[in-house]
Each structure stands twice: as structure tokens, then as C-alpha cells.
Design a protein around this ligand. Structure first.
Ligand code: NAP
Length: 326
């Protein structure tokens, strides 16, 4: 067996150039741990934030002056190649996927993880690349639609950034939940967003949803491009504005709307939820994959030695769906 692990390290917060390839000894799984040979890992907007150490309020979790855990990457898929004492959920040879969370290290050749972490057996219907991205857009969007927004069948939802990782998952999931979906994206992505199930697509470069008379029960601003105050006029009187990008604006809106008014602003940090909460959600996503109702949208695939290029590409803010490293 291979005795070395190849990975990418970030010692100082900064741009993609801070990413350095490193080799470390292969870890031995301890009690309750599994050693995974990684086949594919996601390159996400959140990985870029971890690398850059922004926003600064996240540094208590990441490390104040430099990353506390230097190996980068959060979401992965692969094969169990060794198990520690007491492991019962997985066996050698299992194809699995999940997220390393604040332990990071998913953009590596191998990783040791707790079997009780956010790890699931990969369904047959997903390639290693598709399985690797499930914990980014799909898991986050399911959390936001179901738990944060409380979206119900028959409601109208507007998804801002419908062609991104979160947005392309949210369109499919909201349709599966029986909602009427409108999405925003630019002209190059309108056909894709329609094909994912949106009944209407607004090209944000040509039209402004805030100038229309349509009212939505939920606005899911996947990119933080329209604040609660800017979006309020597009909400029904009991409408919910939900956004995964935390800002001072959003914090103030959450505080204000928790005390006054019937329209609400809400946020959640999905990756900070307990594995016991996230695993059942992944189970529901696996069921949707098996039913043919959900499939992650894939953009470019980069080789393991191209992580710097992959980060540069993700930071253009123009990716369509998900980017992976193999
Ligand atoms: N809180 C949480 O739990 C959590 C978890 C995961 C991620 N996040 C955050 O969620 C955010 C979104 O991540 P993501 O990966 O989904 O983004 P992404 O994939 O990078 O978004 C890119 C897409 O956005 C579209 N776009 C750009 N500007 C737009 C605009 N003004 N209006 C509508 N669409 C626009 C682009 O389409 P065009 O090129 O056609 O414009 C592109 O397809 C990130 O900030 C990430 O950190 C939060």
C-alpha cells in the first residue's frame, strides 16, 4: 500500500498562490475512524474563503492569524481502504462520500475520518465526481429550503443565482418539494435553469425582479446579491428571505425581523450543523438521486496538481454548478 499522502497546504491566508503541494505520512485510522482513498473532491467558494481567511468573523473557527488546519478541501468521495478498531458503519471497499468539515484536508489523496462524521455510502447512480460535490450545493440548499425557509408545496420561490452550485441544486430540490420556481441567471445559463425545472427564468443582466409585481413566499439569495431590504418588495406578507452569505446587513435584518414585521430574514451555516442532523439530509438526497429527481450539475474537472487553477476558476464567480478535483 502507498505510505504517503499527497495534499495541498495553506500556511498563510491569501490568494490561490498560497496553495502549496505537500506530502505527509499516510495516517493510520484510530478507534472509530476510517481511512479513505479519495477519488474526487470538490473545489468550492467556501474553500476559497478558508484559503483567504475571509470573512474575518470566521477566523475563530479557521484560526486567527493563519489556518489552524493547513490542509485544504471540505467535500470528497472515495473508497474505504482501512478501518480502525470498533468501526461498524463501513467496511473496506465501501464507496463513500461526505465532508471533512472544519478538519479540512479533502483535496488530498487520502483522509482519515470518524465513521460518525458526515459520511454516507455513495449511491450507484452517482459518479465519484458527482458524489464529491453533494455536500456543497445540494446539502446546503436542502437545509436552506426545508429547514431555514420552511418551503411548502404550492409556494412560489425565487432563486437568485440559479446556475451556481447552490442555485442549480435549489431549483431541482424546490421543484421536488412541489414549489413553483423562478430562477435568475445570465443568458448563457437560462436553458440549463429551465431544464432543471424552473417555470420561469429571469436574465438578471436584462431584467430586475424587484421592478415586477410578482410576490414570492421565499427568496433564496444564494449569492448575497440582493439584501433583505432590496428584496422585501418581492416577498409576500409572510415571505422569507434566506441567504447563505453572512454580512452585517443580513445580521441586522435577522435581528430586526425577529422582533418586528411579518417578513423574515434568515441564515444558517450548514457545515456547522451536527453530523447527526446532516446525515439524514444526505439520506434524503440519496433517495432523490435514486428516484431520478436530483443530479448535481457539473462544470469543469481539474487534475490533482491543478488546484491553484481550479481556485482561480471558482473565484471568477462564473462557474456553472460544481467544480471537482480528481
Ligand atoms: N451558509 C452556508 O451553509 C454555505 C454553504 C455553502 C456555500 N455557501 C456560500 O454560498 C455562496 C454561493 O456559492 P455557489 O458555489 O453556489 O456560487 P457559484 O457556483 O460560484 O455561483 C456562480 C454562478 O452565479 C451566477 N451569478 C453571478 N452573479 C449573479 C447575479 N448577480 N445574479 C444571478 N446569478 C449570478 C453565475 O452565472 P453567470 O455567469 O451566468 O452570471 C454563476 O453560474 C458562496 O458565497 C458560498 O460561500 C454558504
Amino acid at each position: 500500500m502507498n505510505t504517503a499522502l499527497s495534499a495541498w497546504s495553506v500556511r498563510r491566508y491569501g490568494g490561490p498562490d498560497q496553495l502549496v503541494p505537500v506530502t505527509r505520512p499516510l495516517p493510520t485510522p484510530g478507534p472509530g475512524q476510517v481511512l479513505i482513498r479519495i477519488q474526487a473532491s470538490a473545489v468550492t467558494r467556501a474553500d476559497g474563503m478558508m484559503r483567504a481567511g475571509v470573512p474575518r468573523w470566521a477566523r475563530p473557527f479557521l484560526g486567527f492569524r493563519r489556518p489552524r488546519k493547513d490542509l485544504i478541501g471540505t467535500c470528497l468521495s472515495g473508497e474505504v481502504i482501512a478501518t480502525g478498531p470498533g468501526v461498524s458503519r463501513f467496511a473496506i471497499g465501501d464507496r463513500i462520500f461526505g465532508e471533512a468539515g472544519l478538519n479540512f484536508g479533502a483535496n488530498s489523496s487520502h483522509i482519515c475520518m470518524e465513521e460518525t462524521g458526515v459520511l454516507m455510502r455513495a449511491p450507484d447512480g452517482l459518479s465519484p465526481e458527482e458524489a464529491a460535490v453533494m455536500c456543497d450545493g445540494a446539502l446546503t440548499s436542502l437545509n436552506f429550503l426545508r429547514e431555514v425557509a420552511g418551503l411548502r408545496a404550492g409556494e412560489k420561490i425565487l432563486i437568485l443565482g440559479a446556475s451556481g452550485s447552490l442555485g442549480s441544486a435549489a431549483v431541482q430540490l424546490a421543484c421536488a418539494m412541489g414549489a413553483e420556481v423562478t430562477g435568475t441567471c445570465s443568458a448563457r445559463n437560462t436553458a440549463l435553469v429551465s431544464s432543471l425545472g424552473a417555470s420561469r427564468v429571469i436574465d438578471y443582466t436584462q431584467e430586475d425582479f424587484r421592478r415586477e409585481n410578482t410576490r414570492y413566499d421565499v427568496v433564496f439569495d444564494t449569492l448575497g446579491v440582493s439584501s433583505f431590504d432590496q428584496s422585501k418588495s418581492a416577498l409576500t406578507t409572510s415571505g422569507r428571505y434566506v441567504c447563505p452569505v453572512l454580512s452585517l446587513d443580513l445580521l441586522c435584518a435577522m435581528l430586526r425581523t425577529s422582533l418586528f414585521g411579518t417578513r423574515k430574514a434568515r441564515f444558517s451555516a450548514t457545515g456547522m450543523l451536527k453530523p447527526d442532523v446532516l446525515r439524514p439530509m444526505l439520506g434524503d438526497l440519496i433517495d432523490l438521486v435514486a428516484a431520478g429527481t436530483f443530479a448535481p450539475v457539473m462544470d469543469r474537472t481539474f487534475a490533482h496538481n491543478q488546484l491553484v487553477e481550479a481556485h482561480r476558476y471558482v473565484e471568477t464567480g462564473r462557474k456553472t454548478g460544481n467544480v471537482v478535483l480528481v
